[in-house]
Design a protein around this ligand. Structure first.
Ligand SMILES: [Fe+2]
Ligand SMILES: [Fe+2]
Length: 506
């Protein structure tokens, strides 16, 4: 179904209205009539006509005034106006041009003259509209991309969310928007899953759709041919079968569906139904852009995700390699990562910081690969020479971690995790906030876990004992070692530490 263009005729004489309407009848457009300026403005606001035939001489609001008002309003300025003048007077034309009229007709005029001008101005209006909507669509996509870039998190990226927002925008466009959009992807040659978005009242309804499309069923071979394609309306031969199949799989109670466009690039497919106008190459291009854009974002997110997973794996492997000769083994590094994240979250740190510290904390002792196993595993206390050697492991750690920006926090943690708030730590004896926040957090996480484990020089302490040592001190560990805010947070969430330790016990 194609929407017929709407033509508004404005004239204060009934006879003229009647005459012009009958002249336009063969064009089969929708004709609206107004016999004064005020009525004309009301009808324009309500009906949004595609063309206006406007009489100049009318009582109260004359044609020039109406024309000027419509042309200065953003919502109506693109509607072509033909001024109908009684006399072929130069002044009238000049005044009409100044008011923004697009064309003139001088009474009396011939039917052919009227229909020719109407046709040509309607064509201009159509092209203008297309340009206007193209601009609008580009704006929507750009704004969407900007929003996405601002909050893009490849690790929690969900294509459905991005798509839903996109379709909402496509369906939410007032003009030239379809009524429904189906997007589907094949996860096996015959199994399709997707979502059906439909405008309902003022909102967009989304419904999950699943269907099987076995070879041999109508349209399946077109899609299975695994080629890119587009089709529109109901005149494209074999692809009509694709549309018929899709329509038959739409949720019950929807439709009837017609005036559609579809774009597919196996295994992805998008179809839009019930455009208010005949589908043209322009609508197909918009669909293709939407689909290509969401495919692109998905691809980028997928690649970032797999790189990130490989990165995490490598970091863990490195951390494990470093603790091979240490007496901290098993899940020590994993637990320290989780304790650190808990502390960061409860300190109110940003999401990125919390996620990053869970990883960075696992690198705290990576420098120990350079310490001789005999020193690492020595039963009893270390002598002065051994201590000096041991005190080098934070520096070795930062050297191993290099200077990649992505490992900035891991370097801070490796370098600072033995620094103490009161300045009694190593390797630099830094004090207070000179120690990085990540370092201050991991220091407490590491001490708690070390206390819970049995070591060559000490037994394993219970949660209560470990908490007591951290908050009251035992001579070796003192509360002044820790950032007071981190310590307070630890006290507040200590039961969480006990739970995590139990869950990840070696
Ligand atoms: Fe260490
Ligand atoms: Fe440790």
């Amino acid at each position: 179904m194609e929407n017929r263009p709407k033509i508004l005729i404005v004239d204060d004489e009934k006879m003229n209205l009647k005459l012009m309407a009958s002249m336009l009848a063969p064009l089969q457009h929708e004709v609206l009539l107004a016999n004064n300026g005020e009525d004309a403005l009301n009808i324009v606001a309500r009906e949004n006509p595609d063309l206006i035939l406007l009489d100049v001489m009318m009582p109260r609001l004359d044609g020039f005034t109406v024309c000027r008002m419509l042309k200065s309003d953003e919502a109506t300025r693109l509607i072509p106006i033909i001024m109908v003048t009684a006399l072929n007077q130069l002044e009238d034309r000049v005044q009409g041009l100044e008011a923004g009229a697009d064309d003139f007709l001088t009474k009396p005029f011939h039917e052919l003259e009227l229909t020719t001008r109407v046709r040509s101005l309607l064509r201009v209006k159509q092209l203008n509209d297309q340009l206007h909507y193209a601009h609008k669509h580009i704006n929507y996509i750009t704004r969407h991309v900007e929003g996405l870039l601002g909050s893009f998190d490849p690790l929690s990226f969900k294509l459905e969310t991005v798509n839903q927002e996109l379709w909402q925008q496509l369906l939410g466009l007032k003009e030239r928007a379809p009524e429904a959009v189906l997007t589907a992807a094949a996860d096996a040659p015959v199994n399709w899953r997707g979502c059906f978005y439909r405008r309902q009242g003022g909102s967009i309804r989304a419904e999950a759709v699943a269907f099987s499309w076995p070879a041999g069923s109508p349209g399946a071979e077109v899609i299975l041919a695994a080629r890119e394609g587009v089709f529109a309306n109901r005149e494209d031969g074999k692809e009509e079968a694709v549309a018929d199949f899709l329509v038959s799989r739409m949720p019950a109670g929807t439709g009837p569906w017609r005036n559609y466009a579809a774009y597919y690039n196996y295994p992805l497919l998008i179809a839009a139904f019930n455009y208010p106008c005949r589908v043209t190459a322009y609508e197909l291009d918009v669909l293709r852009n939407f689909l290509t854009y969401s495919q692109f974002v998905q691809l980028v997110a997928g690649q970032i995700k797999s790189t990130e997973e490989a990165f995490h794996y490598t970091i863990k492997a490195l951390a494990r390699a470093a603790e091979v000769n240490d007496d901290d083994t098993g899940n020590h590094i994993t637990r320290v990562g989780i304790f650190a994240r808990e502390l960061a979250q409860n300190l109110g740190c940003a999401d990125y910081f919390c996620r990053e510290i869970a990883l960075a904390a696992q690198m705290h002792d990576v420098g120990k690969v350079h310490i001789h196993p005999d020193v690492l595993r020595k039963p009893g206390r270390l002598n002065a020479v051994e201590w000096r050697l041991m005190h080098q492991h934070p520096l070795y750690g930062t050297r191993i971690l290099g200077d990649a920006p992505r490992l900035q926090m891991a370097r801070e943690v490796a370098l600072h995790h033995h620094e103490k708030w009161d300045g009694s730590g190593y390797p630099a004896g830094l004090k207070g906030e000179d120690i990085s926040l990540a370092g201050r957090i991991v220091a407490l996480a590491d001490v708690y876990d070390a206390l819970r484990n049995k070591r060559s020089y000490k037994p394993a302490f219970s949660h209560r004992e470990a908490c007591g040592i951290i908050t009251a001190g035992d001579g070796r560990v003192l509360p002044g070692h820790f950032d007071p805010e981190v310590l307070m947070t630890f006290q507040r969430i200590a039961p969480r530490f006990a739970d995590i330790y139990e869950t990840l016990r070696d």
